[in-house]
Design a protein around this ligand. Structure first.
Ligand code: MN
Ligand code: MN
Length: 298
């Protein structure tokens, strides 16, 4: 990895850490999710980064992939457990980090289990470690607290402009994950729950990305497509970021829907714990380079 790449990864990580900590400090029951997401994304830009994906604000049994819609009235419920998952990129070099805040003391130990799982995983990291061995440490830590890891959510390798670049780091001792972490960028993200330990897709999607360029679009579809492509390439986006482009929200939503129907966009449905359990998540991004491990978001 070049020095320039490492510098930009570290800068993205520092911004992501700062904004994650700020968000965790200001989030309160009654706060609009919309305002929190907009604040996070504004701060990322003020500090010299760009959002690598829309701020994920996922509450209780929703594990991931909720970002507020235009006009979203949702607020942080009393007693909520809220995951704040933040992505920053600097020139395509990505930091991906998450924290969980609980307003219900009952779930403190769930948060503690997940936080410790991530700490324990970071503690055993070294170049050449097998992905399954990270999973083993995560699983055994979470189980020691009496909870379950979510087995169908994983950490992942990261490339420039690509958040999930193909390799998965399991949250359990998965015998099929024998591959070794060599030079590269990775996100490690344990999820724990008091439910069954699996997520399913929900009925709504709030996050999208471009899947392929394709012709034969209407004027409105092309206008939206060109703007997204120029700003995001294949990085994820949400409707909030394009509300100025259409005279009505319905116009924007219909155009997104049509682009999805054409196969130009893919959507990422919200992910919900199958047993309705409450979910906690902590996440850091690491660089492995020259026999060294750097945690960029710590
Ligand atoms: Mn994340
Ligand atoms: Mn991630």
């Amino acid at each position: 990895m070049s020095d320039e790449a490492i510098d930009k990864l570290i800068k993205a990580g520092r911004i992501a850490k700062t904004v994650r900590e700020e968000a965790a400090r200001i989030v309160k029951p009654g706060m609009k999710l919309y305002d929190l997401a907009e604040h996070v994304e504004k701060r990322i830009k003020e500090l010299g980064g760009e959002p690598a994906f829309p701020t994920n604000l996922s509450i209780n049994e929703v594990a991931a992939h909720y970002t507020p819609l235009i006009g979203d009235k949702l607020t942080v419920p009393d007693n909520a457990v809220i995951k704040i998952d933040i992505g920053v990129h600097v020139d395509g070099y990505i930091a991906d980090t998450a924290t969980t805040v609980s307003f219900n003391p009952v779930y403190e130990s769930l948060l503690e289990a997940t936080r410790k799982a991530l700490e324990s995983a970071l503690a055993i990291l070294k170049p050449g470690i097998r992905a399954k061995d990270i999973g083993y440490v995560i699983e055994s830590t979470i189980e020691r607290y009496g909870y379950k890891p979510i087995k169908n959510l994983t950490g992942h390798s990261i490339d420039r402009y690509i958040i999930h670049s193909g390799k998965s780091i399991p949250n359990f001792n998965d015998i099929f994950s024998r591959w070794k972490l060599e030079d590269g960028v990775y996100a490690i993200e344990p999820f724990a729950t008091n439910g069954v330990g699996l997520v399913k897709e929900g009925d709504i999607a709030t996050i999208y990305s471009i899947r392929k360029k394709r012709g034969r679009l209407t004027i409105y579809e092309k206008k939206l497509f060109d703007r997204i492509w120029s700003e995001r390439r294949t990085l994820p986006f949400c409707e909030r970021w394009y509300k100025d482009l259409f005279s009505s929200v319905d116009g924007l939503r219909n155009t997104i829907k049509m682009l999805e129907r054409h196969g130009v966009l893919i959507s990422y449905p919200i992910l919900i714990e199958r047993g309705g359990g409450v979910v906690a998540q902590f996440e850091h991004t690491i660089i492995i380079s020259n026999d060294e491990v750097i945690v960029t978001t710590l």
